[in-house]
Design a protein around this ligand. Structure first.
Ligand code: ACO
Length: 311
């Protein structure tokens, strides 16, 4: 790597400046961004699937309209993120190939099943709540296109979180069966949401370099702690119990202490063997193949436009 370009890049990072697509950047920085942004994009579009299952079974027209809007938003987030990745010189088709062949990672959380209607609310409250906690610092990421995409994504995630929490509040004012459904759902999702933030800092291979480059602004463990501290009071208002007997306020630390996350189960899921990995991937591949005619039609249209413009 040319030392003078490297020095200029480092100085920009140290001054908390932004790197733009046309700027010189070290190869490893580019690769890290492609890895993280594409994993993030894949998470958004795979994330449409667990909730998509409930669109046809939503309990009212209002809930159905909200859910459709939310699932569409996730598709939109995938689009901005694939576009941000493309500014780094990779093609969307190659990124999608890596997803469809099982080579690329996406968030562990989307490999668990949505078993009851409360799961739609819990995903909004906890999964999107965790996503916001992780994504707000990414609005200050050193790579301009990623940081700018995150601003709108975070605004929409905030609506997703609120709609989920509100749906659960309504159920908690309902029948005993509805309350039990919410508690069951939270019991199943709580620990998986804590694992979303990634491995503990000591076991996170990319953290130190990601922080040095200003891609990551807050560490995995610090974000996890912030999420727990913010969520416990919300659980109290809701009237549910978080399924962790070790969860208690630590006056000295000024944070909640919490129990052990099952990292073996997390890695099993990340490595393709969670409860729904195969189903999610095959649904994605089918959707992609079924959409071939749309891509063909769009290409044919673009070609015709181009020919007309040349005449
Ligand atoms: N699910 C799947 N894989 C994960 C997860 C997770 N929850 N957490 C970490 N990993 C993977 C990393 O991708 C990395 O894999 P790789 O080396 O094969 O690329 C490995 O575990 C080691 O982790 P870290 O060293 O901690 O990796 P990193 O510094 O990239 O941090 C994190 C992981 C926090 C997820 C980061 O990449 C990030 O902030 N990504 C953007 C946000 C995002 O992708 N959110 C998706 C879910 S939110 C939503 O879509 C609703």
């Amino acid at each position: 790597e040319p030392p003078e370009l490297m020095a200029k890049f480092d100085a920009r990072i140290d001054a908390d400046g932004r790197i733009e697509p046309q700027d010189w950047m070290p190869d490893a920085y580019r690769k890290t961004l492609v890895r993280q942004i594409s994993q993030h994009a894949h998470s958004e579009i795979v994330g449409m699937l667990p909730e998509g299952n409930w669109i046809s079974r939503a309990p009212s027209l209002k809930r159905k309209a909200i859910l459709i809007a939310k699932v569409q938003d996730e598709g939109g987030h995938g689009q901005y993120l694939y576009s941000a990745a493309e500014t780094l010189g990779v093609s969307r088709a190659d990124l999608l190939d890596a997803l469809h062949s099982g080579k690329a990672k996406y968030s562990s959380i989307f490999n668990y099943p949505t078993l009851n209607w409360a799961d739609v609310g819990t995903i909004g409250w906890l999964v999107d709540g965790a996503a916001i906690m992780n994504q707000v610092p990414l609005c200050r990421c050193s790579y301009g296109p990623y940081a700018r995409a995150m601003i709108r994504v975070c605004k929409e995630e905030s609506f997703h979180q609120r709609q989920g929490y509100e749906a659960l509040l309504v159920m908690m004012r309902g029948t005993e069966e509805q309350k039990a459904m919410v508690q069951d759902s939270v019991n199943r999702w709580w620990w998986k949401c804590l694992a979303m933030f990634g491995p503990p800092d000591a076991d996170s291979p990319h953290s130190a370099q990601g922080m040095r480059w200003g891609i990551k602004r807050v560490s995995n463990d610090d974000l996890r702690q912030k999420f727990i501290d913010a969520t416990v009071p919300q659980a109290k208002v809701l009237g549910i119990t978080l399924p962790d007997p070790d969860l208690k306020w630590n006056e000295e630390r000024g944070h909640y202490d919490y129990g052990q996350i099952d990292w073996d189960e997390f890695w099993t899921t990340v490595n393709g063997n969670g409860p729904c990995n195969k189903e999610r991937l095959s649904t994605r591949v089918k959707a992609h193949n079924d959409g071939q005619w749309v891509r063909d039609a769009a290409l044919a249209h673009a070609r015709k436009q181009q020919q007309r413009a040349m005449k």
